[in-house]
Design a protein around this ligand. Sequence first.
Ligand code: 13P
Ligand code: SF4
Length: 312
Amino acid sequence: MSATAIDLTSEIKRLKRERNAVILAHNYQTGDIQDVADYVGDSLGLAYHAKETQADVIVFCGVHFMAETAKIVNPSKIVVLPDKDAGCSLEQSCPGPALEKFLLDHAEKNYYVIAYINCSAHVKALCHVICTSGNAVKIVNKAPQDRPILFVPDQNLGAWVMEQTGRKMDLWQGSCYVHVEFTRESIRKIKEQYPQALVVAHPECTQAVRLLADEVCSTEKMVTYCKNAPVNDIIVVTESGMLHRLRRECPDKNLIPGPTDRCACADCRYMKMNTLQKLHDCLRDLSPRVELPEDIRVRAEAPLLLMLEQSR
Ligand code: 13P
Ligand code: SF4
C-alpha cells in the first residue's frame, strides 16, 4: 500500500470514530475499500447490516440502489455513498413509470410482483416483495400459488429461478451489462486452460454460461462454495472485485477470474466509481446523502421488510 493510501486509510478510521459511522461495502468494491470496511458482503447481508446497525452514519460503498435500500430500512440514519452517480444497468432497465404503466395496462392479470433488489425505490414501492440473488428461490417458493408472478427487472436471474423452482413467471427484459458479457465461448476457453477447475457463476449470467457452471449462486455464497471446494482451481464468473474478497477468505485456492470475449475479467463501471479518496470525502463532508420522499420510502419499505422476514 502506498504512503498516501495509508494516510487516507488512517484518516478514514479517525473520521469513522468521530462520526460514529459504519462502513458497509459490497463484494465488488476495490480491495482498498473492502479492507477498510466494517462489513463486506452481498446485497442481502448488506441490507441486514444496514437495518441492524447502531451507528449514526452509514457509509455505503456500493451502488446507489444499495445505499437507498439502507435508507429505506433504517431512515433515522444519515446514509452517504462515495459517488452519487454509481448506478446500475438493471435499475436503469426498469424505470418506475414504465412499470407503473405496464401494471395498469395488465391490471386484469392481478400480478404478484417480485422485484430483484437491483431497482429503484419507486419500483420497490410498486412491488409485493423484494428478493436478492441469495434468497430469490426461497422468496419465489413463498409466493401465492393462485396469482401469476411478474419478476422484474432481471430476465436472467428470473429464468434461473424458474429453472430452480419450476414456477412459471413473466419476466421483465432487463439485464446486467457486466454479466451478459461472459459468453459460452469465453468460459469454454478458460475451462480448456484449467481442465480440473470448478466453475462458479452469478445467476445474472445468461443461461448459456450458467449451463457451464458447477454452481450458480450469490456473491456471498461464492465464498462458502470456494472455501469448501475439493479442488484448488476455481473459475469465478462474476465482477472482478469478488476476487479480492475470495483471495482474502480462501488464500489456499487458485481463484481465476472468468474472462469475457474482450477482457481477462469483467469490471462494473458503476461499482468502480467509488474510490478510497471519495470514501474519505463523503465521511468528512457527510455528503452526498441518500434522501427520498417519505411516501415512497414507506411504500418501498414494506416489500423489503417482507423479504427480510421471509429469508430468515
Ligand atoms: P449479490 O447480491 O449476489 O452480491 O449481487 C449483487 C449484484 O449487483 C450482482 O451484480
Ligand atoms: Fe448492476 Fe451489474 Fe453493476 Fe451489479 S454488476 S451493480 S447488476 S450493473
